[in-house]
Ligand binder design. Structure first.
Ligand code: S3P
Length: 175
C-alpha cells in the first residue's frame, strides 16, 4: 500500500516507551479513535495479559496475531501495540500494510526507569529486570526499525513533543 493511502497511525516500541499515553493524546488532538492491541486481546479473550501468559507466551502471541489480522481493514485509528507484536513476521507485514508505523525508540535506562515499579508486564516480573530489558531490546530493535516508517528517540521528549513530531511526519507522508 502506498503511504498516501494510510489512514491509521500505528505506534510500536518496547514496553514503557510511551505508546499508550502518546496514542491517547494523538487521538484526542487528531479526533481519531484510539485502540490498544493489549486491551483488544483482554476483551476478546476474557483473560488478563497475565492469565494468558500463565497459560503460555505462545498462547498470548496467538491472540496477538488474531488481533493484528483483525485491524487490517480498519481506518482512521490510532493503534497502540504490545511491545512484542513485531516478533512475528506476519504481524510485521500486516502492520506495515495497515498504517503509518511509528517506532517510539527508548534507551534501556529510560525503559528501566519507567517500568521498574510496574508489575503488570509478565516479561518484566523478574529480578534481573535491566538485563532482560537490554537483551530483548537488542533482539527487537532491528525489527522495530524494519517495520516502521518513522522513528522518534523519545528519551528526552514530552508526550506533546512526540505527538507534534508524529503529526508532522504523518502529514509529510500523505502530501
Ligand atoms: C509485551 C508487551 C506488553 C504486553 C505483553 C508482552 C512484550 O505490552 O503485550 O506483556 O512482549 O513486549 P506493552 O508494550 O504495552 O507494555
Amino acid at each position: 500500500m502506498n503511504l498516501k493511502n494510510k489512514t491509521n497511525i500505528i505506534l510500536i516500541g518496547f514496553m514503557g516507551s510511551g505508546k499508550s499515553a502518546v496514542s491517547k493524546y494523538l487521538a484526542k488532538i487528531s479526533q481519531k479513535k484510539c485502540v490498544d492491541t493489549d486491551a483488544m486481546i483482554v476483551e476478546s479473550s476474557g483473560k488478563t495479559i497475565k492469565e494468558l501468559f500463565d497459560i503460555s507466551e505462545d498462547y498470548f502471541r496467538s491472540w496477538e496475531r488474531n488481533i493484528c489480522s483483525s485491524l487490517k481493514n480498519k481506518h482512521d485509528l490510532i493503534i497502540a501495540t504490545g511491545g512484542g507484536i513485531i516478533l512475528n513476521k506476519q504481524n510485521r507485514l500486516l502492520l506495515n500494510e495497515t498504517g503509518f508505523v511509528v517506532y517510539l525508540k527508548a534507551s534501556v535506562d529510560c525503559i528501566y526507569t519507567r517500568t521498574k515499579n510496574s508489575t503488570h508486564r509478565p516479561l518484566l516480573n523478574v529480578p534481573n529486570k535491566k538485563e532482560v530489558i537490554s537483551t530483548n531490546l537488542d533482539q527487537r530493535d532491528s525489527l522495530y526499525n524494519t517495520t516502521s516508517d518513522f522513528t522518534i528517540d523519545v528519551d528526552n521528549l514530552t508526550i506533546s513533543q512526540i505527538v507534534d513530531k508524529i503529526k508532522l511526519a504523518y502529514e509529510n507522508s500523505t502530501t
